[in-house]
Design a protein. Structure first.
Length: 418
């Protein structure tokens, strides 16, 4: 909103300093600062309110060190994160941008699903919370919204570049290429509407999901939307559940999400910049640069939340925060066409998810085969396994953050290592 206000002041009255709002970097920095302020100032007020309402989750007796001290700690702190994301984005981003609209819908959508889960646990005294099928329904619903918007919206497209000497006149006319000067060099540009994504570590790194259906014959492109929809639903469900499972000890989910969000912001800036994307030979995605503002707000919200969520936590984010963060990260990754990097970038979420799946599967298998269930880990998710081994939770969180940073660096390296 402020973008339009200061743009008006700049164009009509040449107001001093109003032109700063034209720059992505300035607006992203302002979004980070405001989200930090909201998290730290509004966060304290909300925590006191939650405490007065006795909004605390039941702490299960898992035999873990320090769990009794957590009793009475307020939950639903994800409301702090949601406010610190949405308010700066509304103020500093161009809110008519399709990517901004879609990511804000994603934030609110899974935030509401998580809020319902927390509400049922706290106020209805049902420790199971929202039934699993309704959580899945919410995730599938968001997947449908994201996939449908990205597939059908005319403002969602990529651009391909060709050098004039490398293509024939017939190809230029057939592909409807338009000349454009980029960084002092004449290029032929083609607008492309596709479900193309990026394959890491390969030089010819673009892959279209429609190619998975070539075995159907010449009509395979007719089913492109269907395969894309299934892929998007799977990614959103998997990542949001991974973030939800990771939120088991103080500061782990928030810190990990901040690291991931920072990298996604870099991808958004590079992919939305025609010069950088051409230099790095990656997909140029018009209008994506506005997502840098959202990324800044997301990083600031997660870091600001850590002010109260770091050990010993004064508030838990609950499903209100964890489901929303996972959904945001999944949707963001799909928008920047880097969803195939999720196993690396979101490696912490992946390992936490896998540890639960392996533990449950192995327990069921051994119970069926030997008559008693056996376990691979002392407890799942993985962070509880290390707690059982005697590691303090702050040490576990710090080491997971370090691994998350290493994975983030590897993810960024894929821009050049191909």
């Amino acid at each position: 909103m402020l973008y339009y206000f200061f743009n008006y002041l700049n164009s009509h009255y040449n107001f001093p300093g109003a032109g700063m709002f034209q720059y992505i970097s300035f607006r992203a920095a302002m979004a980070i600062i405001l989200s930090l302020v909201i998290s730290m100032v509004y966060g304290k007020t909300l925590i006191n309110k939650l405490r007065s309402l006795q909004v605390s989750d039941e702490i299960r007796d898992l035999g873990l060190e320090g769990e009794k001290q957590k009793k009475g700690t307020p939950t639903m702190g994800g409301l702090i994160i949601l406010a610190a994301i949405l308010i700066p984005t509304l103020l500093f981003a161009r809110i008519n941008n399709v990517y901004i609209i879609l990511i804000m819908i994603s934030t609110v959508w899974l935030g509401l699903v998580g809020f319902l889960d927390d509400y049922i646990k706290v106020f209805k005294k049902n420790k199971e919370g929202l039934a699993g099928r309704f959580k899945i329904l919410g995730q599938v619903g968001l997947g449908f919204i994201v996939a449908t918007t990205l597939y059908f919206n005319e403002n969602v497209k990529t651009k391909e570049f060709y050098k004039p000497g490398e293509v024939t006149e017939a190809f230029i006319q057939e592909q409807n290429l338009n000349p454009q000067v980029i960084n002092g060099e004449l290029m032929l540009v083609k607008d492309q509407k596709s479900t193309t994504t990026t394959i890491p570590f390969f030089k010819s790194s673009e892959f279209n999901y429609a190619d998975l259906l070539k075995f159907l014959g010449s009509s395979y492109k007719d089913y492109n939307y269907l395969i894309y929809l299934l892929v998007v639903i799977f990614i959103i469900t998997a990542v949001s559940n991974g973030a939800n499972i990771t939120d088991g000890i103080d500061g782990l989910a928030a810190g990990t999400s901040a690291i991931i969000s920072f990298v996604l912001g870099i991808f958004a800036y590079i992919s939305g910049n025609i010069i950088f994307s051409k230099y790095l030979n990656i997909m140029y995605i018009p209008h994506l640069e506005e997502m840098v503002i959202f990324s800044g707000a997301l990083v600031g919200a997660c870091v600001g939340f850590l002010w109260y969520n770091a050990y010993p936590a004064q508030v838990f984010m609950g499903d209100t925060g964890s489901l929303a963060l996972g959904g945001i990260i999944a949707a963001f990754s799909i928008m920047v066409r880097k969803e195939l990097l999720i196993p690396i970038l979101c490696g912490i979420f992946l390992v936490e998810n896998l540890s639960v799946m392996i533990q449950v599967s192995y327990f069921k298998y051994t119970r069926k085969k030997y008559g008693e269930g056996r376990r691979i880990f002392l407890m799942s998710p993985l962070h509880h396994h290390y707690q059982k081994q005697g590691f303090h939770e702050s040490k576990i969180v710090t080491r997971f953050w370090i691994i998350g940073i290493l994975l983030a660096i590897v993810t960024i390296i894929t821009l050049k290592v191909r």
